[in-house]
Design a protein around this ligand. Structure first.
Ligand SMILES: [Zn+2]
Length: 207
């Protein structure tokens, strides 16, 4: 959140990406977060969160669509690198989301691989079939990010294990192409405290 504020205010950090940092990290990495996001060229997590070398472990696919490689990449990071946060980030006006919405009727996306990609998003978008799109496809984008986050827990015993242990917090987010802001919300697929109340496990929902 702080990094996105720096990005939006054009006050990006200058540390963390020098020759000394390359050397410091040459023997290992301990990224504090994993980011699963869209491949869209306008949404690079390292830039929109102002993160530098060794700080975030990034997995990107169009529309955050999941496959074995993406899931395994996240599993590897969790088992070996120690991150305690997993962000699933969609964005407004996502082309993959639009393509998935456009193929809900079963039409061809263009290739077997493309059909598999949009097919992976269809379960998260089926409730929008035949409906008018939201502004900038933001509601649909949230639905995909939330759906993919839930899907990670059902498709990966390793991710589920880390989430249930309390050592991993999973949140969803949506990047706004028009102003660069990232909106966050806690994912309700695991027990978690709100960002305002992280001290104990007794926070109420009233905040
Ligand atoms: Zn996208």
């Amino acid at each position: 959140m702080n990094g996105n504020k720096r990005f939006m205010g054009h006050k990006i950090r200058r540390d963390g990406q020098n020759k000394a940092d390359v050397q410091r990290l040459s023997s290992g990495q301990t990224p504090h977060a994993i980011v699963l996001s869209c491949s869209d060229s306008r949404v690079p997590p390292e830039i929109v969160f102002d993160q530098k070398l060794g700080e975030i472990f990034v997995v990107r696919t169009a529309g955050e669509s999941l496959g074995d490689n993406a899931i395994a990449s996240i599993e590897y990071a969790l088992e070996h690198l120690g991150p305690q946060l997993l962000i699933v980030m969609g964005h407004t006006s996502c082309g993959a989301v639009k393509a998935a919405l456009g193929t809900l009727d079963g039409s061809d996306a263009g290739s077997p691989a493309l059909n598999a990609l949009v097919g992976g998003l269809h379960p998260h978008l089926k409730s929008f079939k035949g409906k008018k799109n939201s502004a900038n496809f933001s509601v649909e984008g949230w639905s995909v990010a939330d759906g993919v986050a839930a899907e990670l827990l059902t498709r990966s015993a390793i991710i589920k294990k880390h989430a249930q242990s309390g050592n991993l917090k999973i949140v969803t987010a949506l990047y706004n192409l028009s102003d660069g802001a990232v909106d966050f919300k806690p994912n309700d697929t695991k027990p978690s405290t709100t960002p305002q109340a992280t001290k104990d496990h007794t926070s109420s929902q009233s905040h």
